[in-house]
Design a protein around this ligand. Structure first.
Ligand SMILES: [Zn+2]
Ligand SMILES: [Zn+2]
Length: 245
């Protein structure tokens, strides 16, 4: 209903005017709505230039522009390249958890803006932007797919073709963070199918909130490449750095 929608927008504008803007992370008062404060910003560990050329794992030292990490040297992922904005710790961890479990849908535009900043090179080459899907049972429990919230915003900001249902999770998988690296690949292998969308010769950018070892992204990339996708890139908000990956 247009009248209700307009009323809602006006009430929101009045509310924004009356209530002080709060940091999305710690709720401290800030200048603008939908942002984080300087303290929380400084607490984010952004991933710099020294990283694995393929999976984006950060290195402590500069090993050269096309250096690969141990895991990518042993077995290259099926995706061509992955980029994460920051490490999954401190403020970033807090924001990612709230996006996933706290119904904090308002966080998506802010996080997506950061992702567009870090992933501009990959986004520029993408023909299609798509989220990593949730199994429908998990989506019912959570009400929304946090990866889709981010992917939609990334596509909107960068004015790219968005395909929310490009991939489908056909079987339920265990949570990757609870598994050892060697079990993660088998957990997600064959768990995804590509929808009836033409990906032949195209470059697909997959979006997710958090990346651990990249096994899920690799399984999705495998499914897309089997359908003829030329390149698959991945863009995530935060990267989990485990000791025993
Ligand atoms: Zn804050
Ligand atoms: Zn790597």
């Amino acid at each position: 209903m247009p009248i209700i929608s307009t009323t809602k927008k006006i009430s929101q504008a009045v509310l924004n005017f009356m209530l002080p803007a709060q940091c999305l992370s710690c709720h401290a008062v800030v200048d603008t709505h939908g942002a984080i404060c300087a303290t929380c910003w400084n607490d984010i560990n952004f991933i710099g230039l020294h990283k694995c050329y393929v999976c984006g794992l950060p290195f402590a030292f500069d090993l050269g522009p096309k250096a690969l990490c141990r895991h990518c040297t042993e077995e290259k992922p099926k995706f061509n390249k992955a980029v994460a904005v920051c490490k999954y710790e401190n403020t970033a961890r807090k924001l990612a958890i709230r996006l996933k479990f706290g119904d904090s849908v308002s966080l998506a535009p802010y996080l997506a803006k950061m992702m567009v900043g870090s992933g501009s090179e990959l986004i520029g080459k993408a023909d299609i932007i798509a989220p990593i899907p949730l199994h429908f049972m998990r989506k019912i429990a959570r009400k929304y797919n946090q990866a889709a919230l981010l992917a939609r915003q990334v596509a909107k900001i960068s004015e790219k073709n968005y395909e929310p249902f490009l991939l489908k999770r056909v079987r339920r998988t265990k949570q990757q963070t609870k598994l050892h690296r060697r079990d993660r690949k088998s957990n997600v292998d064959g768990a995804f199918v590509v929808a009836n969308v033409d990906v032949f010769g195209k470059t697909v950018l997959l979006v997710d909130d958090v990346m651990t070892t990249g096994s899920t992204l690799s399984a999705c990339a495998k499914a897309l490449k089997e359908r003829g996708a030329r390149r698959v890139y991945c863009l995530v908000f935060a990267r989990v750095l485990l000791e025993k990956v």
